[in-house]
Write a protein that binds this ligand. Sequence first.
Ligand code: MF3
Ligand code: CO
Length: 251
Amino acid sequence: MIIRKNNHALSIMREAGKRLAHVFEEIPALLKARITTRDLDSFLERALKEAGLHSECKGYGVPAFPAVSCISVNDVIVHGIPSSLSLNEGDLVTVDICASYNGYCADMARSYFVGKPVSEKALELVRVAYESLDAGIDMARAGKHISDISFAVQSVVEKHGFGVIRDFAGHGIGKKMHEDPEILNYGKPGKGPLIEAGMAFAIEPMITQGDYTVRMDADKWTARTADGSLAAHVEDTVIVTDHGPEITTRL
Ligand code: MF3
Ligand code: CO
């Protein structure tokens, strides 16, 4: 069941998104060679608290996710667990955080480089991830179908010769991080539920330089590309209004 939010709920979701976007503004300055992903997570834990946000990641799932942020480096696609791994010049780093404010969630991810990208193609991968996210968001309009978002994302990614991950998807969002509907990043247009005003979606393309096959680490969270190629992941939380999509997680 897709929950449509009333104006009160939507105003809290806007505030949650804005606060989370402010926390993300602090990340680029922290992405220096030799910082560990655990130190990055500790910083973010403090920043979320100061922003009045509650992490929805920490304690989520089985086994419980142990940190406030997912930090996914290079071939890690999503759900990297912060650890003693230290960042190196050229690394492609994705930070993904779902946090709530007064009971409503915002879910956001950004891909960055530590210093200069390793190659022109790595830079293009991240650029295309953002382009596909924007194309997907533009389909979050009353009267469209959910798979119009999926098709728009896939079209942009494959046009540039990159792969779209099939094993993970975007989702509805509200009081809970994951609500209906599931929003695949691939598929034919015009399928699935009809989009209506008041719905809220977390749209999150996950894309790779190579094949889209996923390999899970023994920790049951870390998802990597099976072929070791680089992966990028970007995500925004979007509210469907009468006037089109409104992104809560951009300032
Ligand atoms: N954007 C991620 C998702 O929708 C956030 C997951 S937080 C986690 O799956 F900690 F639970 F992984
Ligand atoms: Co999400």
